[in-house]
Design a binder for this molecule. Structure first.
Ligand code: KG4
Ligand code: ZN
Length: 344
């Protein structure tokens, strides 16, 4: 049994988690987070310099909260894992320096983990996932990672190797929600508001474009969608848009959820995997979860989507990825260097 600290600071969430590694299972003892959204809201997007300053201010209080909730002393931590790539350079540096300084002070090992690998291993931090059994699970899997910064389909192969099957050529799915929301006069980030409004709207009100909807393409493109929303609002007028905001949100959400789920299931079928994982902040979207589950079931796939605290950026997924690697003998001293160079 060993206690791990997971640190995530790649973007606008300062996150720390304490995990207990047992012989054949992982327990998440705490998973704490400070969201910087209020700091960035006024600017309509994430300001990198503000993000790194906020990480510096919040990392100690978030760590203290994680230790308190886990009911442990800091000296009990035996391993530290932190996000080392990809992300905002200043934000990553705060987490990396903090993790390495703390590890030196505690005289424990410290490991850099690729952020996207962390998202995939959020599944490993689920209470129902036994550690050893889930290793093959994660090796016959396509993961759709959808957040404000990423939209990527990743195939997991043996030995912690990954193949990128497709990714966005421009905006991420979260950006499609946020930028369209701005055009519709909603706040930042707009994903949650759009999905709340969509609940009372008609998803067939207007057909927004599904880009790159070709048989063998697994790339995405969302920049045309925000332009389509802009043109639609300009053509119909702001009064009309306000009056039909729920219908427009439902139609927009449908376009995003439709193309994401269609391609994810097609990719899983093409590569003959058993499992389809959905993770990242946008996976909190109820319609995306619904369509993914429906289409995965129809194709006989095992669909896994962790609850939102494990889907959005968090420390538990970073520690979980490190634990899986360690158990498989794949957490070398060079892990950090490998992760810096990107795994895919
Ligand atoms: O993973 P995340 O918390 O942060 C990073 O981008 O790393 O994802 C944030 C993104 C934002 O673009 C936000 O609008 C979107 O996730 N989002 C949603 C929902 N909740 C968050 N998008 C659609 N529906 C939601 N319910
Ligand atoms: Zn992320």
């Amino acid at each position: 049994m060993s206690l791990w600290l997971g640190i995530e600071s790649s973007c606008d969430d300062t996150a720390c988690a304490v995990l207990r590694e047992n012989k054949d299972s992982i327990e998440v003892l705490s998973n704490c987070l400070y969201s910087q959204i209020d700091e960035h809201k006024a600017w309509g997007g994430i300001v990198p310099e503000l993000a790194s300053r906020a990480h510096l201010e919040k990392i100690v209080p978030v760590l203290e909260q994680a230790l308190t909730e886990a009911k442990i002393n800091i000296e009990e931590i035996k391993q530290i894992a932190f996000t080392c790539s990809p992300g905002l350079m200043g934000s990553l540096l705060v987490g990396a320096n903090f993790a390495q300084g703390l590890a030196k002070d505690l005289n424990v090992e410290c490991h850099g983990i690729n952020h996207l690998e962390g998202h995939i291993y959020s599944v490993g931090a689920l209470p129902a996932t036994p550690l050893l059994k889930s290793t093959p699970l994660l090796q016959s899997t396509i993961s759709l990672i959808v957040s404000g910064g990423h939209t990527e389909l990743v195939l997991a192969k043996p030995n912690f190797e990954y193949v990128s099957i497709g990714k966005t050529r421009d905006d991420a799915a979260g950006e499609a929600f946020d930028k369209s929301g701005k055009i519709l006069g909603l706040g930042y980030p707009a994903g949650v508001e759009i999905s709340n409004l969509a609940k009372s709207g008609d998803k067939n009100f207007h057909e927004f474009p599904r880009a790159l909807n070709e048989a063998n393409s697994f790339d995405f493109s969302f920049s045309g969608l925000k332009t389509a929303v802009l043109r639609y609002v300009q053509a119909k007028g702001e009064e009309f848009a306000k009056e039909h905001i729920a219908d427009i949100c439902a139609s927009l959400q449908e376009a995003i959820a439709d193309i994401l789920s269609l391609k994810a299931v097609k990719a899983a079928e093409k590569h003959g995997v058993e499992n389809l994982v959905l993770c990242g902040g946008v996976s909190a979207n109820y319609r995306l979860r619904e369509l993914m589950a429906k289409r995965a079931e129809k194709s006989g796939l095992n669909f896994i989507c962790p609850p939102p605290p494990l889907c959005t950026d968090n420390g538990a997924m970073i520690a979980a990825a490190a634990i899986f690697r360690k158990q498989a003998g794949m957490l070398t001293k060079n892990n950090e260097v490998k992760a810096w160079n990107d795994l895919w």
